[in-house]
Design a protein around this ligand. Structure first.
Ligand code: ADP
Length: 502
């Protein structure tokens, strides 16, 4: 028996002690037994009673222990204070305490394991997902990188194999890309140019000039000394590269060798120039002969003869004008037009042109208004060439302005520094918007011609443009169909023969 049993027995004996003398006397009296026997019986009874009490107490504690385990199991959670409290209550039985402790520790183990497993699973799932997502992103990035790399390779291969020279520069003008064709055309090595300006270190004799004329579509002709007998002429077309915010980040330039084309053009111009030059003399001779016949010096003419000869003279005049225009244009294009600069008042030139066209304007009943700014300084120009420009523009204005119309000739200082602006406005039939960009082209005539005068070669404005540019200026047109047209050209106020020759 353990402590609990001993305690129970002692407790039972103690409880029975007070009644022992009474019991001994009574038993003595009743049965006549000796006091010693009675005392022994009393002790035995006490022990039996104590054992019964101990048994009841043990049963009670076992039931309590079972209840604690069940309670804990049912709740599925372990509250340390509660467990301690319950264990204290079990302090009577070491065996039961041990049992409860073992049950609790195994339960604890189980719970901890469960928790660890669930947390591990949770973390595994979470990290698994993360890893999966990351791998997906990485795979996507890798795919994109490969695609970009392929595209880059493709673009590079295309740029490399393009017959035209391609040069890409950044916004500082430093070369970023140059294909083999560009290296060949510019007589340079890509390695020397990448990261540097294209014109940096360019030997002066190598890059002779950037042509001062830029055509309507933004093309520029560059003349390059190829270190051979002939010069190379490159046509460069450039386009600005902008980022998504519209900021200029660079420029791409395509270079084409147009030396052969230029040579052919020159040969053509030369041929035209020679032919027209050769035509001039016989035309002049025929003109003079017809004039003499028409005057009647060579004998009286019948009316039909006069009529036919007059018709021949008119056509001869047109032929002569055409020959003159072709000759002028070929000289201008070959940069062989001679100009003799002279300080001249623009008002004088305007007066002279108006005087020449006076009969024509009067016949057509067209009013000429001169609007030349007072005190406008004299300007260094070739007066004959500026007269030619004005004659070409004003005769068009007369041709395309109906009776009673007005032509206004104005001259003033231009808003552009160092330039004078001359304008010719008419109240004529106007030019369709889609025809406007074409009319300065060679042999170009607008649709409106059917409504106006059909005479003309389509070279007048081309020549006017070339002559204006030779004087350091620019020509432009503004027109509205049915309302009229305004031509404006500028002239440099400080032109020298050298600057005009460039
Ligand atoms: P053309 O010898 O035919 O006049 P131009 O080069 O001088 O050749 O002019 C080209 C065309 O431009 C003309 O044929 C005409 O259609 C148009 N044009 C020029 N000036 C005017 C104007 N003032 N009003 C209307 N159309 C004009």
């Amino acid at each position: 028996m353990h402590k609990i049993t001993e305690i129970s027995l002692t407790t039972a004996s103690l409880l029975l002690l007070p009644v022992q003398p009474v019991w001994a006397l009574t038993a003595d009296k009743i049965t006549g037994l000796s006091t010693n026997v009675v005392f022994i019986i009393t002790i035995i009874v006490s022990i039996i009673f104590g054992l019964i009490l101990a048994r009841v107490a043990a049963e009670n504690r076992q039931a309590k222990g079972r209840m604690l385990v069940t309670k804990t199991k049912n709740r599925g959670e372990l509250n340390p204070n509660e467990i301690l409290q319950e264990l204290k209550g079990l302090s009577g039985s070491a065996k039961n305490q041990k049992k409860a402790a073992v049950a609790l520790s195994s339960l604890l183990d189980e719970k901890v394991k469960e928790k660890v497993t669930s947390v591990r699973q949770e973390l595994t799932d979470k990290y698994g997902k993360l890893v999966e997502e990351k791998s997906k992103v990485a795979a996507e990035a890798q795919k994109k990188f490969k695609k970009t790399l392929n595209e880059k390779k493709q673009t590079e291969a295309i740029v490399r194999s393009v017959a035209a020279g391609v040069v890409v520069v950044n916004n500082k003008g430093e070369v970023l890309l140059m294909n083999p064709a560009a290296e060949k055309l510019l007589n340079t090595k890509k390695e020397e140019k990448i990261g540097h300006s294209l014109t940096e270190d360019a030997r002066e004799e190598q890059l002779i000039s950037l042509a001062k004329t830029t055509s309507l579509d933004g093309e520029t002709d560059i003349e390059i000394d190829s270190n051979e007998d002939t010069k190379k002429i490159l046509r460069s077309s450039s386009a600005v590269i902008e980022d998504e915010n519209g900021q200029t980040v660079g420029m791409v330039t395509v270079l084409n060798d147009i030396t052969k084309q230029k040579e052919l053009d020159n040969m053509k111009s030369q041929f035209l120039s020679n032919v027209t030059h050769e035509l001039r003399n016989p035309i002049g001779a025929i003109k003079q002969s017809i004039a003499v016949i028409l005057e009647g010096t060579a004998g009286e003419l019948t009316e039909p003869q006069h009529k036919f000869l007059s018709n021949a003279k008119r056509n001869l005049d047109r032929l002569s004008a055409l020959v003159d225009d072709i000759l002028d244009l070929s000289k201008l294009e070959a940069k062989k037009m001679d100009i003799t600069l002279k300080m001249t008042a623009i008002s004088k030139i305007v007066d002279e042109v108006c005087e020449t066209l006076d009969t024509w304007t009067k016949n057509k009943e067209i009013r000429i208004v001169k609007d030349v700014e007072k005190d406008l300084q004299e300007i260094n120009v070739d007066p004959d060439r500026i007269i030619q420009v004005l004659m070409n523009i004003i005769s068009n204005a007369i041709k395309f302005t109906p009776q009673d119309g007005t032509i206004t000739i104005g001259a003033k200082l231009s808003e552009e520094k160092g330039k004078m602006a001359v304008s010719i406005s008419d109240t004529g039939i106007g030019i369709a918007q889609d025809d406007l960009p074409k009319i300065f082209g060679k042999f170009q005539q607008a649709k409106n011609r059917s409504a106006g005068d059909k005479s003309g070669t389509g070279l007048g404005l081309t020549i006017a443009q070339e002559l204006v540019e030779l004087h350091g200026g620019k020509i432009s047109v503004d027109s509205e169909e049915g309302k009229g047209t305004t031509f404006t050209f500028t002239l440099s106020m400080n032109l020298t023969e050298e600057s005009s020759a460039k």
